[in-house]
Design a protein around this ligand. Sequence first.
Ligand code: NDP
Length: 477
Amino acid sequence: TSAQIGVTGLAVMGRNLARNFARNGYAVAVHNRTASRTRALLEEFGDEGEFIGAETAAEFVAALERPRRLVIMVKAGDPTDAVIEEFAPLLEDGDVIIDGGNAHFADTRRRERELRERGIHFVGTGISGGEEGALHGPSIMPGGSAESYASLGPLLEKISAKAADGAPCVTHVGPDGAGHFVKMVHNGIEYADMQLIAEAYQLLRDVAGYSPAQIAEVFRTWNTGRLDSYLIEITAEVLSHVDAATGKPFVDVVADQAEQKGTGRWTVQLALELGVPVSGIAEAVFARSLSGHTALREASRGLAGPTAQPLSGAEADAFADQVEQALYASKIVSYTQGFHEIAAGSAEYDWNIDLGAVAAIWRGGCIIRAAFLDRIRAAYDARPDLPSLLADETFATEIAEAQHDWRAVLGAAISQGVPTPGFAAALAYYDSLRADRLPAALTQGQRDYFGAHTYRRTDREGSFHTLWSEDRSEVQA
Ligand code: NDP
């Protein structure tokens, strides 16, 4: 027999992805650099479906039906190139290599180009959902050629998560690096979502005066409404967990230094290059890095500032309701910024990405999965050329209703000294976009003063310069 798909790299992700294919009725060839992992998979899970174990690259390739579909799930970076170099010489015209690792999209573009010249399709694929998702259905974001998707799509649709309406959480995102680009922005949005939730928690703790257990209940309630999402759900779980060793709330015994593996940073780096303001995502990345600066924090601990005076009773509960409004409004802004970055990447690299389809495949399987994404899908389906999510009438109306509470929450946070960089950045973005006039006019004046960088006028076409060090008359530049 021959296998319809192969997976090489059988650590947590690859092993579970291979099992997912097998459980869905596909014959799966499995391979790993260290053969003991392959044998362990066959021993433990061999009865879940049809596996063909391969000890060598040649055996692995020989086990695959043509055109071959070969999934690489190894450590991102140099190992991916090493594995490609090991297999590519054994492949034939029309075969498909799928990289499911967390590659940088620029690497994916390079690999796709190099392999295309050798007659091999390369499909850089974002996969979200972690270990559990890989096994039970992830959200899958494949790039690469349309031809490769024709051969690969049906298998991915089978193993992917399904949204509430039954639609598979996979779509052909676009050519070459489009899939990994979208996965990168997914992770950036994930950082922002997590930061906003963390700020909401801190406000409920310091300003509303709630305990972690009470806050867990608040999140459980929010999870039945418009904030319904995987991240809100697990937040309630983490907050209600009690540390067995000390009997204290788990959240109080964990070191408050957040780590990161780099995809949030990539999102911000790319946004800087594309000129897209993703201030909320950037603040989320910076908040994690600030938390890790222990010496800096130690040296700053004595700095002056107010101590939060917790509310109580009905006042505390009313404040909690306002925090829900602030969180929701800030979340809309994060997604607005993330989708703007996808639109900008799509324009820059000619990917022609369907933003509504991206929102649709994030409805299930991935870390940011949420009821909310169905509404983003609907907004883009109704108006594919929507310039910004904030221009959607439904979202604009919701923010209009939330903005009073959003401002009140930020007012309380600022006067009580509770840091809320994510909420604040989101509101500043909103107020900047809706402003009639921005102080950018003054910035232009300064640039012209010190560097003769010129400016445009509101009342006439052309570029102008003021002779600042002479008689301050204006000349056409
Ligand atoms: P790891 O990232 O820990 O990678 C381990 C695997 O890579 C092993 O199979 C290992 O083989 C193989 N490997 C490493 N170097 C080489 C090499 N030079 N040549 C051949 N094989 C090599 O595994 P994960 O399962 O955690 O992740 C796999 C990929 O999926 C990564 O790119 C990761 O970023 C991505 N990913 C991970 C998610 C997660 O939640 N963990 C979620 C989404 C994507 P050996 O056994 O021989 O050492």
